[in-house]
Design a protein around this ligand. Structure first.
Ligand SMILES: Nc1ncnc2c1ncn2[C@@H]1O[C@H](COP(=O)(O)OP(=O)(O)OP(=O)(O)O)[C@@H](O)[C@H]1O
Ligand SMILES: [Mg+2]
Length: 702
């Protein structure tokens, strides 16, 4: 290894390689051999990827693409890789919108991106794509995920077709058919059960933990609530606890139950620091019931963590847990697949989880192992413990058989029956990866799906979808040559489902200057790219009333059909977005629609993307009457404001709350702000000296 690399490694605390890392080196990964590294969590997979990346950049002058499933993970990886800038390697994270071309990426050596973002980058065919010489697919077991696996699968297939000479490294948790996935990747497989901190898996029953190796640990019964005893036991001996629950509600209620007992264990200075953290939490975003509960619990040294929280709140909780300030996090399973957050003891409170439309289901062994794998903090603990809870002897035996002693499931490609197939077929044609039917089939014959199931029925399905794309004018067939139409090309770049694009195209045509905001919102919510919100009993009267009293620009499905329910789920989202742009307070939205601030944010992001896409398609089809309204709607959704606030929110530092405050005080336009005296602005609620300065700087240039 070059000295330069050794220096970097010692700087991040690496003196010698872990055994699985040595094996990877022995498998000639540094000589360019493809590798599938399927080892437990925290076994040091990143390092192998990093050493290879350095080699590619310094020796082959190649570009490296590092793929991850989540934005949070991409950020974490970027932070880790930034150290390479010291040796002149340029690292960047690509997180922009899907339609953003980001021409500067050409200047970087290592590009870190989510799978979806990378997939969208390819669709714009940047000139540097052929210079990628190393592809790293982290958390590659995602291939088996029904909703997101197909994107990763076609992305890898495209990248390998575009760069046949490139090296590929897959990083994965332990999976049963790792050899099959390796074979598909034409990679050497390195597997191992080795972990830097040993993991003891067990079941808790009647105050005893029975471990896999037969040993038994008696837990002090500090409470008649077993989960409290189990948590306190670990914290008392200096550990931290991560508890996985089946739902957001149970994560919150469990954190509440644990708060008093945990508070009693806090030291003085910890209490003080937690109070500071608690008030910091309230300062972020609009104050609402969720941030209030979170803030209160944090002052007790416990927190809950789920996708309904804002990104900022989640990061604060994670960091405070890492610095041992927060003693216990009650989380939904999203955390298991997320950032690096180890605990001495992991408790899997629920092995059943509610799936909309199905009911309660047992989580997969793979998921259980991912959660369990969070246990054991390198540098802090000698071992980690992962514990399932049993309420009866039968259940104890069941948990041992079904989880603790069981091997994770096989990974199966989900591409064949996936609705995303139409999107990928269009992309393959639009990016010129296939010009003829045979080439299209050839492309899909390289996928994991074809590798696992063969091509026979798959081919039929592909041709059916192709026919639909041709019928809807996304693809043209000229003398057997397949060409994406302007429409098809743009849809592929916009990264929306072709079906969404068809719905948008066919309905925007009917819209005119009288169309209201809610009608646009219903349109984007109707597309398959927008998820629905679950319907509760108390929603029904509101939704039904809305449907009866308003013009719905679509056919309404028959009542008592599954289609009707999913229609209502979409209407619910449209109504939520409408409240958002009518400036309803966040807290009210949270209560009315049973969502968290994090959900509002992700629905808003998604809506922006679909409104932008609608705008682009309106331009393409010359639907001139809707272009302006769509642009205004975009700004309103982005900021959560009524139309009259649009000029004010275009200023940096002015969100919906401040804009409303300015407007109410009579400052309604940029002109008003230009002539306003700083002292008069300072008197307005939510407007401090900093903001006034920011406003004045900006308006003086306009
Ligand atoms: N050889 C080594 N010596 C000391 N520390 C190491 C070594 N290799 C990796 N580490 C450290 O171990 C920790 C876990 O490594 P890494 O994030 O690569 O795990 P991983 O295998 O990707 O696990 P996960 O499945 O959780 O993503 C990191 O903090 C890393 O710095
Ligand atoms: Mg990792």
């Amino acid at each position: 290894m070059p000295n330069l690399v050794k220096e970097i490694l010692s700087e991040i605390g690496i003196i010698e390689l872990y055994p699985p890392q040595e094996e990877a080196i022995k498998a000639n990964v540094l000589e360019g051999k493809n590798l599938l590294l399927s080892v437990p969590t925290a076994a040091g997979k990143t390092l192998i990827a990093m050493i290879c990346a350095i080699k590619h950049v310094l020796e082959r002058k190649g570009k490296v693409l590092y793929l991850l499933p989540l934005k949070a993970l991409a950020n974490e990886k970027y932070e880790e890789f930034k150290i390479l800038e010291k040796i002149g390697i340029k690292v960047i994270i690509s997180t922009g919108d899907f339609d953003n071309i980001e021409p500067y990426l050409i200047n970087y050596d290592i590009i870190i991106a989510t799978n979806e973002k990378a997939d969208s980058i390819i669709r714009h065919k940047p000139s540097w794509i052929n210079r990628i010489s190393l592809i790293i697919a982290d958390e590659i077991h995602l291939l088996g995920d029904g909703s997101r696996g197909p994107t990763l699968e076609t992305l890898l297939t495209s990248l390998r077709l575009l760069n046949p000479e490139s090296q590929i490294i897959g990083l994965s948790a332990t999976i049963r058919n790792a050899n099959e996935i390796a074979e598909w990747l034409k990679a050497v497989l390195v597997t191992s059960n080795w972990r830097p901190v040993p993991l003891k898996e067990g079941v808790f029953f009647k105050n005893n933990i029975i471990f896999k190796d037969g040993s038994i640990l008696k837990i002090n019964e500090t409470s008649n609530d077993p989960i409290i005893s189990l948590t306190i036991d670990s914290i008392r001996s200096g550990g931290q606890v991560l508890i996985f629950t089946g739902s957001r509600a149970s994560a919150v209620s469990l954190a509440k139950r644990l708060s008093e007992p945990i508070r009693k264990l806090l030291k003085r200075d910890e209490e003080r620091k937690l109070l500071e953290l608690s008030s910091e939490i309230l300062k972020i975003g609009e104050r609402n019931r969720i941030s209030e509960i979170l803030s209160k619990l944090v002052s007790y040294g416990v927190a809950f963590h789920h996708a309904g929280l804002t990104y900022e709140h989640r990061r604060i909780i994670e960091n405070a847990f890492r610095s041992s300030l927060i003693k216990c996090i009650c989380a939904t399973p999203t955390l298991a697949a997320g950032v690096n957050l180890p605990a001495r003891r992991v408790i899997i409170h629920d092995y059943r989880r509610y799936e909309p439309g199905i009911g309660n289901v047992n989580i997969s062994i793979m998921e259980e192992k991912q959660m369990a794998g969070r246990a054991g903090r390198p540098k802090y603990d000698k071992e980690g413990e992962a514990i399932l809870l049993a309420r009866s002897e039968n259940e104890r035996d069941f948990l041992f058989e079904e989880y603790i002693l069981a091997e994770p499931e096989r990974i199966w490609s989900r591409l064949g029956n996936s609705s995303s197939l139409r999107s990928h077929i269009l992309a393959v044609i639009a990016t010129g990866l296939a010009h003829y039917e045979e080439e299209l089939i050839d492309f899909f014959s390289r996928t994991l799906f074809a590798f696992q199931y063969g091509l026979h029925s798959f081919k039929k399905r592909i041709l059916e979808v192709l026919k639909m794309l041709i019928k809807e004018n996304l693809v043209e067939e000229r003398k057997e040559k397949l060409i994406a139409t302007k429409f098809g090309k743009r849809v592929s770049e916009l990264y929306i489902d072709p079906l969404s694009a068809i719905i948008i195209r066919d309905n925007l045509r009917k819209f005119n200057s009288n169309t209201t905001a809610i009608e646009y919102l219903i349109l984007i919510c109707k597309t398959p790219d927008m998820l629905g919100l679950p319907i509760r009993k108390k929603d029904l009267p509101i939704l039904t009333k809305f449907i009866q009293n308003n013009f719905i620009p679509f056919e309404i499905p028959y009542e008592d059909t599954p289609e009707y329910i999913s229609f209502l789920e979409k209407i619910k989202v449209a109504l939520m977005l409408n409240d958002w742009i009518e400036e309803v307070h966040e807290d009210k939205i949270i209560e009315k629609f049973d969502v968290g601030p994090g959900d509002i944010y992700s629905f808003v992001e998604n809506a922006k993307w679909l409104i932008y896409s609608s705008y682009e398609l309106a331009k393409l089809f010359n639907y001139n009457e809707v272009i302006n309204p769509l642009m205004k709607l975009y700004i309103r959704v982005e900021n959560g404001v009524k139309e009259e606030l649009i000029p004010l929110v275009t200023l940096k530092g002015i969100g919906r709350v401040r804009a409303r405050a300015l407007y109410s005080a009579g400052f309604k336009t940029i002109e008003d702000l230009k002539i306003a005296s700083p002292s008069s602005l300072m008197k307005i609620p939510h407007i401090g000296p900093e903001t006034v300065k920011l406003i004045k700087e900006q308006v003086s240039k306009l």
